[in-house]
Design a binder for this molecule. Structure first.
Ligand code: ADP
Ligand code: MG
Length: 459
C-alpha cells in the first residue's frame, strides 16, 4: 500500500520535499484499516500534518481500504523486534512469523499521543488550518477579513465567497479556517471540504456505480460547502453541470459556499458561463504573495508552534531567499529544524546557510520552456522546431501536448505564454492539451512513466 501511495505522492510533492521526507519512510504493517508507516525519527512526525491532504487524496484515488495512517518511529513500532541505539532502522523482522503475534501485541502497545494521527477526522479539515495560525499581511488582509466575516455569519455575509491566488498562498488554509470557526460556533453545523479533483472523481464513480442519489445527498445537505481548487473542473462538462445544481441547491437554501481557485472566475477558461457568473454573485477576494515582513512573521509563528526559537537573522535569511510560496517557506524551515536537531546544533545563520544551500540553489535554477522542449524532442527523437510547427499528426501532437503539460507543471509560465512558445497556439488549445495529458496519465502507465522520466531529467 505505502509504496503505491508513495508513487502517487512523488508526482505531487516537489522533489526536494519528497527526498527529504518520504524517501526514508517504510511500510511497517497494516492492522485492520490502519496503515502503519515507519519513520526514522520523531522529526518526521510532522509529515502527517503537512501532507495529510495529499496522502488521503492518494489513498482515495487508489481506492485503498485505509482509513488511518499512523507514523511510528522504530522505537514505537510494534512490528520491530529490537531497536538500534542510533534510531536507524532495525532489520526487518520475519513477517511470516511475527505477524500473528504482533497483532496481539499491537492492541496493548501505547503509542505516545503525539504520534497518533487520526486521519478520520483529519481527512476533512486540517487541525492546523485555523484563523489563529494565519498571519495577516498586506497581500492577504482582504481575503482574511472576508473569510472571517463569512465564518461569523455564514450565508449572510457573502455567498459564495470566491478566494483566488497562486500556489501556496494560503487559500486552503483560509477556507478550512472558515470551516473550523463555523464548527466552533455551532458544533452541529455540517461542513464539507472537498477538492475539485475529489468532487470530480466521486461524481464519476457515482455515475459508474449508479450512486448519484447518495452523491447528491452528500453535497446538498451541508451547511457549509468548501470546494478547493475549482479550476480542476475546467473542461469537465458533466462535473460542472453537477456542481451547478449543487451550487443552486445550496444557495437557494441559504447555505454557505466557499470556493478556492488559482485564478479569478473570468480567467477560468473551459467553464460554463452560468457557473462563472454564479462565482461572481458573492465576493471575490484575491490573495497576493506575502511581502518580506509577512514572510518573516509566518516563519516566526511557525517556529513558535514547533517550540523552536528562531533568530531574526535566520528568519530574514530564509524569507529573502525563498520565493514567495509560503509552502516552500515552511518547507525550508521544517528542513532547517530537522537538520539542526539531527546534527545536534543550534539554529544560527551559518548553520542555516549551510543546511539550506541546496534548497535555495534548486530554487534559483529555474526550468525553462526551452529546456522542456529540448528534453521532450530528444525523448521522442524529433527536432524542437517540430514541436512548434502546425502539424497535427499524432507523432507530433502527443509530444507537443506532453511538453505543454510539463511547461505548465514545471514553470510559472501562463497559458498564453506557453501557447506563444509553441508556435502561437491559443491558450484554450494549451489548456485542452494539458487536461488531456493530465487525464491520460492516470490510466496510461507508459505515458506516466515517460512523463516521470522527463521530469526527473529536467530536475
Ligand atoms: P494554497 O491552498 O493557496 O496553495 P495553502 O493554504 O495550502 O496554500 O498554504 C500553504 C502552506 O502555507 C500551509 O501550510 C499554510 O498553513 C501556510 N500559509 C500560507 N499562508 C499563510 C499565512 N498567511 N499565515 C500562516 N501560514 C500560512
Ligand atoms: Mg490549496
Amino acid at each position: 500500500h505505502w509504496v503505491r501511495i508513495l508513487e502517487a505522492l512523488q508526482k505531487k510533492v516537489n522533489r526536494q520535499s519528497y527526498d527529504t521526507w518520504f524517501k526514508p519512510t517504510r511500510f511497517s504493517h497494516i492492522n485492520g484499516k490502519t496503515l502503519y508507516v515507519r519513520i526514522p525519527s520523531t522529526e518526521f512526525q510532522h509529515v502527517g500534518d503537512r501532507y495529510e491532504n495529499l496522502i488521503m487524496e492518494a489513498i482515495d484515488n487508489l481506492g485503498l481500504e485505509v482509513e488511518k495512517v499512523l507514523f511510528v518511529t522504530p522505537q514505537e513500532d510494534p512490528s520491530l523486534p529490537k531497536v538500534r541505539e542510533d534510531g536507524g532502522f532495525a532489520p526487518q523482522p520475519d513477517r511470516s512469523l511475527t505477524n500473528a503475534r504482533n497483532n496481539n501485541a499491537r492492541q496493548s502497545t501505547n503509542l505516545p499521543e503525539q504520534s497518533r494521527f487520526d486521519w478520520n477526522t483529519a481527512a476533512q479539515l486540517n487541525p492546523r488550518y485555523v484563523f489563529d495560525g494565519f498571519v495577516i499581511g498586506s497581500g492577504n488582509q482582504f481575503a482574511h477579513a472576508a473569510a472571517l466575516a463569512v465564518a461569523e455569519r455564514p450565508s449572510k455575509a457573502y455567498n459564495p465567497l470566491f478566494l483566488y491566488g497562486g500556489v501556496g498562498m494560503g487559500k486552503t488554509h483560509l477556507m478550512q479556517a472558515i470551516g473550523h470557526e463555523v464548527k466552533r460556533r455551532n458544533p452541529h453545523a455540517a461542513i464539507s471540504y472537498v477538492s475539485g479533483e475529489k468532487f470530480t472523481n466521486e461524481m464519476i464513480n457515482s455515475v459508474r456505480y449508479d450512486k448519484m442519489t447518495s452523491f447528491r445527498d452528500k453535497y446538498r445537505n451541508v451547511d457549509v460547502l468548501l470546494i478547493d481548487d475549482i479550476q480542476f473542473l475546467a473542461g469537465k462538462e458533466r462535473t460542472q453541470e453537477e456542481f451547478f445544481h449543487t451550487f443552486n441547491a445550496l444557495h437557494e437554501s441559504m447555505k454557505q459556499i466557499v470556493i478556492a481557485s488559482d485564478r479569478p472566475p473570468k480567467e477560468l477558461a473551459d467553464f460554463e458561463d452560468r457557473l462563472r457568473s454564479r462565482f461572481e454573485w458573492g465576493l471575490i477576494a484575491d490573495i497576493q504573495p506575502p511581502d518580506l515582513e509577512t514572510k518573516v512573521a509566518i516563519l516566526q509563528k511557525k517556529a513558535e508552534s514547533e517550540h523552536t526559537p528562531l533568530p531574526t537573522d535566520v528568519a530574514l535569511f530564509i524569507a529573502s531567499n525563498v520565493r514567495t510560496n509560503v509552502r516552500e517557506l515552511e518547507g525550508a524551515l521544517v528542513r532547517l529544524i530537522a537538520w539542526c536537531s539531527l546534527h545536534g546544533v543550534e539554529i544560527t545563520l551559518p548553520t542555516a546557510q549551510q543546511c539550506l544551500k541546496q534548497f535555495i540553489d534548486t530554487q534559483v535554477r529555474k526550468i525553462t520552456i526551452e529546456a522542456i522542449q529540448r528534453a521532450v524532442a530528444e525523448q521522442f527523437g524529433m527536432r524542437v522546431a517540430e514541436l512548434k510547427q502546425k502539424n497535427n499528426s499524432r507523432q507530433i501532437v502527443v509530444p507537443r501536448q506532453i511538453a505543454m503539460y510539463l511547461a505548465k507543471q514545471m514553470t510559472e509560465a501562463s497559458l498564453p505564454e506557453i501557447g506563444r512558445q509553441f508556435g502561437g497556439k491559443h491558450h484554450t488549445t494549451v489548456m485542452h492539451s494539458i487536461a488531456k495529458i493530465d487525464e491520460q496519465r492516470r490510466t496510461d502507465k507508459d505515458l506516466n512513466r515517460t512523463i516521470n522520466k522527463l521530469m526527473e531529467t529536467l530536475n
